[in-house]
Design a protein around this ligand. Structure first.
Ligand SMILES: [Zn+2]
Length: 457
């Protein structure tokens, strides 16, 4: 007699770090009990995955779900549902755009309680590093923050001030290093962006092309230099979020060669879209840093495939339609709604460049294993192996789907991918053995999200 399992997924192509294997996957008590050809015994639930790929659940370390406080922008329930539809199983919510922003233990506890009540997925939370909260960083660590986010330029919201003074960044990173906390930076040089913006505004500029010209790559590079230098000096672990340029990646690799503990995130939109889309589509494609040239997009892809990027996060940054419709492009909210469409589309585009058996394991590292490793979310997250949490997505690579904004589960059905063709469809998402998304819908039932904290190194 074989053992009885809670769930057996039969005959799927299982994506592991080493490659793709045709096998069954058995789940007991939320964890992967076995991966093997033809597992004996039956499961209480059986899923036929013949013809499908079993991909590790995506850990999206960069989302803005904006709850509490700006739930009319998104929300923990709608945001996590949309990510589940993309094959996501874990999100890490950024500390800003929620009100209050997460700058101390009390605001952290409030967001954690709401996420536990509303999230469809397991989650972790970022704390913020702003001028004036250095003596709160210890509370944030004690509360379980995966790291601290700092803006080196204006964040777009008043309650989350920028760290424009390098001496404050240095003091914050020194304190973070002492506490064992990683710091993530939004790298944009505030003074340079400010000068270019003032000059453009003085000319009366209000169109997308003029706005793009105020955010050249130099704005990103100057800030990456500052942050990586301070990381080297203080010994603080640094994660540069949403790197938009190959030149930015080169600065990060150079800092790493000098011994700094620095990693790079990029986002699907820098790999799927270019500055031409900003001019063509306008508001749905406005983000910061902005989309770049086709030449830079191609170089970024090469870096992704060659190991020059550590993680990919969506930077899902939604806003209500009214904030995305101003005739003055400078006033339009800068943020792309992307956590649902961007991930399958990213895999689809990657598969055009090579066989699934090579492409999927490589992308799974950037979307899952590397994220779990960098944020110390534990050996049970980020990979498909015996003993790990049974967090995975079933992907169908056999058809072509035209993405439609109408199918988005965001609070506001807007995004820059409407009409794009994807050969990757997420047919089901499973978290700790339980189906959380299938057939276009989030599974009903009681929320059982787990709050994740960094494990000790
Ligand atoms: Zn962001």
């Amino acid at each position: 007699m074989g053992g009885a399992y809670d769930l057996v997924v039969r005959g799927g192509r299982i994506v592991t770090a080493e490659g793709v294997v045709l096998a069954d996957l058995a789940v007991a008590e939320g964890r992967i009990a076995a991966i093997a050809p033809a597992i004996g015994g039956s499961g209480t639930e059986e899923i036929d995955a013949g013809g499908l790929h079993v991909f590790p659940g995506i850990l999206d370390a960069h989302v803005h779900f904006n709850e509490p406080g700006r739930t009319e922008w998104e929300g923990l329930a709608s945001g996590s549902a949309a990510l589940a539809a993309a094959g996501g199983t874990v999100f890490c919510d950024m500390p800003l755009n929620s009100v209050p922003p997460v700058l101390d233990g009390a605001s952290f506890a409030r967001k954690r309680a709401l996420a536990q009540e509303k999230s469809a997925l397991d989650f972790a939370l970022w704390g913020g590093l702003v001028p004036g909260n250095i003596d709160r960083l210890e509370e944030l660590r004690a509360a379980g923050a995966i790291g601290l986010k700092a803006f080196l330029c204006g964040s777009g919201v008043e309650e989350f001030p920028a760290v424009t003074d390098p001496s404050i960044l240095r003091a914050g990173m020194r304190r973070a290093a002492a506490l064992g906390l990683l710091v993530a930076v939004h790298a944009a040089d505030d003074a340079l962006a400010g000068r270019l913006t003032s000059a453009a505004r003085a000319r009366g500029a209000a169109d997308p092309a003029s706005w793009l010209a105020t955010r050249p790559v130099e704005v990103e590079l100057a800030a990456i230099r500052t942050a990586t230098d301070i990381a080297g000096e203080t010994g603080c672990a640094l994660h540069v979020v949403h790197v938009s340029s190959p030149e930015g990646l080169a600065l990060i690799s150079a800092a790493r060669r000098r011994g700094a503990d620095v990693t790079a995130e990029t986002c699907p939109h820098y790999l799927l879209l270019t500055e031409d889309e900003v001019v063509r589509q306008g508001a749905p494609a406005k983000c910061a840093p902005p989309l770049r040239s086709e030449a830079r997009r191609r170089k970024l892809w090469r870096a992704v495939l060659a190991g020059g990027v550590d993680t990919i996060g969506s930077d899902h940054s939604p806003a209500p339609p009214e904030m995305k419709t101003s005739p003055d492009f400078f006033a339009v909210w800068g943020g792309i709604s992307g956590c649902q469409h961007a991930f399958p589309l990213l895999l689809s585009e990657a598969l055009e460049g090579g066989p699934a058996a090579e492409v999927l394991p490589r992308l799974s590292a950037l979307l899952a294993a590397n994220v779990a490793a960098r944020f110390r979310l534990g050996p049970r997250k980020g990979r498909l192996a015996e003993g790990a949490d049974a967090d995975f997505a079933l992907l169908d690579l056999r058809g072509v789907h035209v993405l439609r904004n109408a199918e988005l589960l965001y609070r506001h059905r807007q995004g820059p991918y409407d009409g794009r063709r994807s050969t990757v469809a997420v047919v089901r998402t499973v978290q700790r053995g339980r189906t959380v998304y299938a057939d276009g819908r989030v599974a009903p039932g009681r929320r059982t999200a787990h709050f994740l904290t960094p494990s000790t190194p």
